[in-house]
Design a protein around this ligand. Structure first.
Ligand code: DGJ
Length: 738
């Protein structure tokens, strides 16, 4: 709910358990941030704007205007006029000057949530959310700034975005446009972020917040394996179950910066937006720039509650399409099975064996097109290689369909290999700096999709393949990051727009794909999980989490990913051993138990794995069908973290009606001469009694007596110490009638 208190000039945005207060002060109409935190009964906290003490407002003390600018908690701070903290908006006028300052002009409160043209964004109906649009201006620049806030009525989420309009007579440049800012008191925060690398994505990092600027960012042209567009400031005593959390997540897949700055007066400014590096957007008179959306979550109930807010938001208000709420087909992907060494017969061999075991879809990965016999050529030549795929694609797909399986295919539409027909014909279609050799990465360049003819051509080729056979799934891959930023289609003073224009083009292309092929299941991927973000989730309900499918490495990757994203979005497969990335050997059951917490599938040559593993697949398939509704739709709780305790990992999913739950316990390292571990369960109903089944060896369940939710959450259950490392156990709880 959003209310404007006219006399006090205060906006109050309420979610079920949080309030956000904005105030307008002084005759110059500065827009200040008053409060964000536990829900308030009224809007009387404007004294927090600190205008009762020096340096007062400029209207009363113009002599110290600079001091006011440098400590006032701005809703949307601008640079160049005396606020020396990191700003959210920086401009350069036609005359080359940088200063700006905003003042309130008007506002409106709308039911629902407007779309952001060309950008991914959360959505909601009039019943589900309300939106506040504050219009402000800098009349000296000739600039209007729209601050957009949406408060959700069933979730502690406020989303924000910003639009800049040139209302003047001359052009100016935007050199920085962030999407959200929070000016608060520093209360001894820790900063939580997600950090990683290829095959090690989204590991949770927590550290104390100190003075100065601390940030996580990417200017790699994608959200990246290395850092993640997420930042949380949490009370130093915050745990999974209790304590304050201020979190921001960016609904964008390109360059970003998420930062916190603790100032001289112990204020903290937390902000998030498109990274400033190589960003410069020209606005001619009348033109506008729409910044992407940032999602903010506040809770005083710890990290589990933050996670639940993000999961619920993304499940209900971000994912789209046919598969949004559906069980996904269990797939088998041939990448780790064959790499580039496959043909029709090999794919059919895998499919025949897989179909007997209950696997539902065959995905043909990289290597089916052009002259692609290794990873250094043919990207851009999206024509089936009939030397490999003899009989053609339609024949292969028909044969697979006859087995009762669906068929999916891999593309890397954003790229071109220097050794490709496409590049030979259009060398200028790659992003490049003129007269400078481009930096190759995996022996490929990035296509300049900001050019209409490039986008149309690649999309046309892709669509032709999809129309030529019954293709029901696409894996959209992206295997290098951007560099050498330059487009021959842009004038010199618009080259700084390319990173963002590129992202808009990727979004446009994916949107076109899901509109033209509404039944298609799209899975995004970027060398594993290099572009796993809410922006991509708007187009594809699942994203390949990491090229590292080792069960133990996946614990930290999936823990970090599930901190924000629903389990239904995490691409997770059972792969072969020794694992192709880390060389580790883990039990087949353990690999399945961990992949079960994601979309579930196989990444191995099912014709070659040991017979005893193959024999387990039908049971694992049955397990997926038994638990997937619960895993996809249930509430997720983190119980123990192997990254922290270095011994074991544990998470739990509970159905919305609290009548069913699945706990996954992974004993990473066994401990000599040790007792059972006591696990306190979460999210159950205190007064419901649950039948507890704990998995014995070989997926058999042992039935324990019946216990109340109260006991299970307070006293816990005992999981015996198991012989051997890398052991997983599933514990299934079902409510007992009566
Ligand atoms: C990277 C992906 O993450 C892999 O799964 C596979 O599709 C390769 N690219 C293919 O080149």
């Amino acid at each position: 709910m959003i209310t404007y208190y006219e006399k006090e000039r205060i906006f109050k945005l309420d979610t079920p358990n949080s309030s956000y207060l904005i105030g307008i002060v002084d005759e110059e109409n500065f827009i200040g941030h008053i409060y964000y935190g536990k829900r308030l009964a009224n809007a009387e906290a404007s004294y927090l704007l600190r205008i009762q003490e020096p340096p007062y407002v400029p209207g009363r003390n113009n002599r110290e205007r600079g001091a006011f600018y440098d400590c006032f908690p701005f809703e949307y701070p601008t640079g160049g006029t005396g606020d020396y903290r990191e700003c959210c908006l920086a401009i350069r006028t036609a005359g080359g000057h940088a200063g700006s300052m905003l003042s309130y002009v008007s506002h409106e409160i709308l039911g629902g949530k407007p779309e952001l043209p060309g950008l991914p964004a959360t959505f909601g109906t009039q019943e589900e959310c309300e939106t506040l649009r504050i219009i402000c201006e800098d009349k000296y620049v000739g600039m209007q700034v729209e601050l957009l806030y949406t408060a959700f009525s069933d979730n502690d989420v406020i989303t924000r975005s910003v639009k800049i309009v040139n209302t003047g007579k001359e052009h100016f440049y935007l050199t920085k446009v962030y999407s959200a800012c929070l000016d608060m008191d520093n209360r001894d925060y820790d900063m939580i972020s997600l950090h990683g690398s290829w095959a090690r994505e989204r590991h949770i990092q927590r550290k104390p917040l100190g003075y100065g600027i601390q940030n996580v960012s990417s200017f790699r042209g994608e959200s990246s394996h290395q850092d993640h567009p997420f930042l949380a400031l949490v009370d130093r005593h915050t745990t999974q179950e209790q304590g304050e959390v201020y979190a921001m997540n960016f609904v964008y897949s390109g360059n970003f910066c998420a930062q916190a700055e603790v100032s001289q007066f112990d204020y903290v400014r937390m902000s998030m937006g498109i990274h400033q590096e190589n960003f410069c957007w020209k606005l001619e008179p009348g033109e506008e720039f729409q910044a992407p959306e940032a999602v903010m979550v506040y809770t005083d109930r710890g990290l589990d509650a933050m996670t639940s807010a993000f999961h619920r938001l993304y499940r209900k208000h971000l994912l789209r399409g046919k598969y949004k709420d559906l069980k996904r087909p269990i797939l088998i992907n041939n990448w780790e099975a064959t790499y580039f060494d496959f043909n029709t017969e090999k794919i059919l061999d895998i499919a025949r064996e897989a179909s007997k075991l209950g696997i539902e879809m065959l995905v043909m990965d990289d290597g089916w097109f052009g002259n692609r016999y290794f990873d250094g050529c043919a990207l851009g030549d999206w024509v089936v290689n009939e030397e490999k795929i003899s009989g053609g694609l339609a024949y292969l797909v028909d044969e697979i369909n006859k087995l009762g399986m669906k068929f999916g295919i891999w593309f890397e539409p954003e790229m071109v290999s220097p050794d490709s027909d496409l590049y030979r014909e259009h060398p200028d279609w790659a992003i490049a700096i003129p007269n400078r050799p481009g930096t190759e990465s995996r022996q490929q360049y990035v296509l300049d999709l900001s050019r209409r003819e490039v986008l149309d051509h690649v999309y046309g080729m892709m669509a032709a393949v999809l129309r030529s056979a019954n293709v029901e799934y696409v894996k959209w891959d992206m295997n290098r990051q951007l560099s050498d930023i330059g487009s021959i289609a842009l004038p010199a003073d618009r080259q700084g727009e390319l990173y963002h224009r590129y992202m808009l083009a990727v979004y446009e292309m994916q949107n076109r794909l899901i509109h033209d092929f509404p039944d298609l299941l799209l899975e995004n991927c970027s060398s594993g999980g290099g572009r796993f973000d809410p922006g991509m989730l708007y187009y594809s309900p699942q994203i390949w989490c990491s090229d590292d499918a080792d069960a133990i490495e996946r614990l930290a990757i999936q823990e970090g990913t599930a901190l924000l994203y629903p389990l239904s979005t995490m691409g997770a497969h059972v792969s072969d051993c020794p694992n192709h990335v880390v060389g580790r050997t883990t039990p087949f059951d353990t690999r399945a138990a961990i992949a079960l917490a994601g979309t579930f599938g196989y990444e191995l040559d099912v014709t070659k794995i040991p017979e005893e593993d193959r024999a387990k697949i039908p049971e694992q398939v049955a397990m997926y069908h038994q638990y997937n509704d619960l895993i996809r739709e249930g509430d997720y709780y983190r119980i123990a973290s192997y990254s922290q305790n270095h011994m074991y990992d544990c998470w739990q999913v509970v159905s919305e009606d609290q009548r069913e739950s699945l706990v996954t316990f992974v004993q990473v390292l066994t401990r000599a001469n040790y007792k059972s571990r006591r696990i306190l369960l979460k999210g159950l109903a205190e007064n419901i009694r649950y039948k507890v089944h704990i998995e014995k060896d070989k997926l058999e369940m042992e039935e324990l007596p019946v216990y109340s939710g109260d006991t299970l959450m307070k006293a816990g259950i005992l999981v015996p110490n198991m012989p051997g490392d890398f052991q997983a156990r599933l514990i299934h709880l079902t409510a007992v009638e009566g």
